[in-house]
Ligand binder design. Structure first.
Ligand code: PLP
Length: 397
């Protein structure tokens, strides 16, 4: 893969790979805090709760019970069975445990799916604004990234017509994400029905549905899993995991459901790349699915209260307007009327006001004019951050 004989630094693919600026903001916020500055972090995309005790204890017990070795590359059977049972309970969809693979985090599924379909000449559709790794990985493979606009006037849901209109004979994969990062949009069932109906005209296109925030919806908003459409099951890859639902981002645990024709390919990728997820983490994941769900409900209820607090507070600030997100734990306020460019504002707020958030363009071209506010922080800190943002903008610097 070396493209120059003169050195080791020019490597095709790796010159196109991107990253997540949220990690850079976290590093800078941590550095400033280390220097003694009072930083309020609304930048990070991870729950501020601890993993529930019974899940932690299950991992400790697994270690004490001697689960120290490799597991099957696809994951331990009881965990794959628990995933299938959980999907049936939550979505009504029947999934064979033989089509479930346990992977080290949600990201690994997008890595595998994009690697499978991405190559020069191929086109892959992805949401913009959207999770930055979609585009990064598409570019890595040499495929053409085709952004599907996610619009404020549409409640930050995707439009099936707009998406379908972007499909060409080169399209290999369509990525959808609802509830969504970074905008908090939840795409309604009618729109998903329309998407699935339209995909019938494009049998050459696979779909990856990122449903990692599937249990985080508010105001009775329904999360519609693409698994519930039998007509696309032979080309659907479902991405989900434990990171957000069970506050387990650092454990690196996710799963995906694959169509029959692709399952063995992803199994082989696992054998080549990561062998398996570490055993005690898999037992923790099993306890999470099989045990009480109270902690999940409590966390979602707390996020809901913060969501209202953050949106009301943002709308009270001159030049800022914010629609009420229906899912995930992000608000995506429109800051166009402040006159600031989004990334400059995010940087100034961190350096001068001690509030970390992420500029919208870090999630795609259509993110200009917006910032992402994660409300994975205490109500008290959210209120303090809102006061700081308001005071900073009022200063008119
Ligand atoms: N998908 C979306 C939309 C996300 O926001 C994230 C994490 O922020 C992921 C996937 C990756 O999750 P994980 O930490 O399990 O890799």
């Amino acid at each position: 893969m070396l493209t120059k004989d003169t050195g080791l630094t020019t490597i095709s693919g790796f010159d196109r790979i991107g990253e997540e600026n949220a990690f850079a903001v976290l590093a800078r916020a941590t550095q400033l805090a280390g220097e003694g500055k009072d930083i309020i972090n609304l930048g990070i995309g991870q729950p501020d709760f601890s993993t529930p005790d019974h899940i932690v204890e299950a991992a400790v017990k697994a270690l004490r019970d001697g689960h120290h070795g490799y597991t099957p590359a696809t994951g331990i059977a009881p965990l794959r069975e628990a995933v299938a049972a959980d999907l049936l309970k939550r979505t009504g969809a029947e999934v064979s445990p033989e089509r479930v693979i346990i992977v080290p985090g949600g990201k690994v599924t997008m890595f595998a799916a994009i690697l499978m379909f991405g190559e020069p000449g191929a086109e892959i559709l992805y949401p913009d604004p959207g999770f930055p790794i979609y585009r990064s990985m598409i570019e890595f493979t040499g495929a053409k990234p085709v952004p599907v606009p996610i619009r404020e006037e549409n409640g930050f849901a995707f439009s099936a017509d707009e998406l379908l209109g972007l499909i060409t004979d080169k399209t290999r994969l369509v990525i959808v994400n609802s509830p969504a990062n970074p905008c908090g949009g939840v795409t309604p069932k009618a729109e998903i029905d329309k998407l699935v109906a339209g995909l019938a005209r494009h049998p050459h296109v696979a779909i990856m549905s990122d449903e990692i925030y599937g249990q985080m919806t508010y105001d009775g908003e329904e999360h519609v899993s693409l698994l519930t459409y039998p007509e696309i099951r032979d080309r659907l890859i479902l991405l989900d995991g434990w990171s957000k639902t069970y506050a387990m981002t650092g454990w690196r645990l996710g799963y995906s459901v694959w169509p029959d024709a692709l399952y063995d390919k992803v199994r082989k990728l696992a054998v080549n790349a990561w062998s398996c997820v570490n055993a005690p983490t898999q037992y923790a994941g099993l306890a999470a699915l099989a045990g009480p769900q109270d902690a999940v409900h409590e966390m979602v209820a707390e996020f809901d209260a913060r969501r209202k607090l953050v949106v009301d507070g943002l709308n009270a600030i001159e030049g800022v307007s914010c629609i009420l997100p229906k899912g995930a734990f992000y608000a995506f306020p429109n800051i166009k009327a402040t006159g600031w460019q989004a990334k400059k504002l995010a940087s100034a707020l961190l350096e001068e006001a001690g509030v970390a958030l992420i500029g919208g363009p870090d999630f795609g071209i259509l993110g200009e004019g917006y910032v992402r506010v994660s409300y994975a922080n205490s109500r008290e800190n959210i209120s303090r951050a809102l006061e700081r943002i308001e005071a900073f903008l009022a200063k008119g610097s």
